[in-house]
Design a protein around this ligand. Structure first.
Ligand SMILES: NC(=O)c1ccc[n+]([C@@H]2O[C@H](COP(=O)([O-])OP(=O)(O)OC[C@H]3O[C@@H](n4cnc5c(N)ncnc54)[C@H](O)[C@@H]3O)[C@@H](O)[C@H]2O)c1
Length: 257
């Protein structure tokens, strides 16, 4: 573990930081002079990802478990003494038809994608009030546009979008801003598990920019929303999706050649 004793450095907590969008966000925060608490439940991957990064504080924590979340925030405060930014990025995807979505599968998705955001935000709130910090929740275009196979995933992400607005409404009083990023498809391990080659091609056809996004393109918006540049921005949902959400009719046959 690497630590840094400089109390003045802004501190970000990034959940799901061991890979994908969370790891890219961690690296971008580090390049901007933040300390980052890297939170993940995949210990080997977290160890691997955090090796050589500085100043970081890797924390093994399942965001769906309240006791682990409280202990995580406590350990971050012991390390850094402050929390300026919380990025609720940890998420799981499970695509299934409604009749195949057992209650257990539904709950597994909700526990991480929705309960995790609620629990981490609540645990970090006293520290965020003190720093007049901010929260960035990671939803998905699946929370903005309904589609097949996403009854649990899409609903969890739509809930995260509304939770963002609830949090913004209540926490603005204390100077705490809360915004949401809704990524379009990004080739991470999460997407690889649920995007077949046919789905990848269909996304390309339906996205005006005609491609997947990169982890770094999502990270840049997360870090912007966390910065003083976004000081009057709260309660907003930004789709970083190559235009997917903006286009109601994405029929390939309607594309201009
Ligand atoms: N990749 C995409 O296409 C895409 C699109 C829209 C939204 N998103 C969202 O972006 C976020 C990051 O996704 P990604 O694509 O980088 O995924 P990823 O699978 O590459 O990374 C997710 C990380 O979260 C961790 N994690 C999962 N559940 C956890 C839990 N309960 N506690 C702690 N850590 C946990 C995993 O171990 C992993 O390291 C997710 O919320 C996802 O829903 C991704």
């Amino acid at each position: 573990m690497n630590s840094n004793s400089n109390d003045k450095l802004p501190t970000a907590i990034v959940t799901g930081a061991a890979r994908g969008i969370g790891l890219a966000t961690t690296k971008l925060f580090l390049s901007k002079g933040y300390r980052v608490a890297m939170v993940d439940r995949d210990v080997p991957e977290l160890q691997n990802a955090s090796d050589g990064l500085n100043p970081v504080w890797p924390v093994n924590c399942d965001v769906s478990q309240q006791e682990q979340v409280n202990a995580m925030v406590h350990s971050v405060l012991q390390w850094a003494g402050r929390v300026d930014v919380l990025v609720n990025n940890a998420g799981v995807a499970d695509f299934a038809a409604i009749q195949d979505t057992t209650f257990e599968r539904w709950q597994t998705v909700m526990r991480t994608n929705l309960d995790g955001v609620f629990l981490c935000s609540q645990a970090a709130l006293p520290a965020l009030r003190e720093s007049r910090g901010c929260i960035v929740n990671i939803a998905s275009i699946s929370g903005l546009r309904a589609s097949t196979l996403r009854v649990a995933y899409g609903t969890s992400k739509a809930a995260v979008i509304h939770l963002t607005k609830q949090q913004a409404a209540e926490l603005g009083e204390w100077g705490v801003r809360v915004n949401c990023v809704a990524p379009g498809p990004v080739k991470t391990k999460l997407a690889a598990a649920v995007h077949t080659p046919a789905i990848v091609n269909a996304y390309h056809d339906a996205i005006p920019l005609n491609r997947y996004g990169s982890e770094e393109e999502i990270a840049r918006v997360i870090v912007f929303l966390s910065s003083a540049e976004a000081s009057y921005l709260t309660g907003q949902v930004i789709a970083v999706d190559g235009g997917f959400d903006a286009t109601g009719v994405g029929l390939p046959a309607l594309r201009i050649p």
